[in-house]
Design a protein around this ligand. Structure first.
Ligand code: SF4
Length: 81
């Protein structure tokens, strides 16, 4: 039996260890350049509904969405946020 994959999952929902590495990248973004919690969660909720999300990665740009969404100046390559 093959392992079931969650296609529209964020890394924080898939593997704690992977998310720890993601968190390290987020933590080095200076607080003044970081999206606030509300904006960050709003962006991720849009990603979770997007057909480009696969295993925490945006297939439109190749980024981990949890890192891309963390920078206030970042934007979605498909202009969804
Ligand atoms: S960044 Fe944009 S295109 Fe990529 S998964 Fe999120 S909403 Fe979809």
């Amino acid at each position: 039996m093959s392992e079931r994959k969650c296609i529209r999952c964020l890394l924080r929902e898939l593997a704690e260890k992977d998310y720890e590495n993601i968190k390290k990248y987020i933590d080095i973004i200076s607080p003044s350049e970081r999206a606030d919690d509300d904006l960050y969660e709003k962006r991720l909720s849009i990603c979770k509904e997007c057909d480009k999300l696969f295993d925490g990665t945006c297939n439109a740009c190749g980024c981990y969405v949890e890192i891309r969404a963390a920078s206030e100046r970042s934007s979605c390559p498909k202009k969804k946020w």
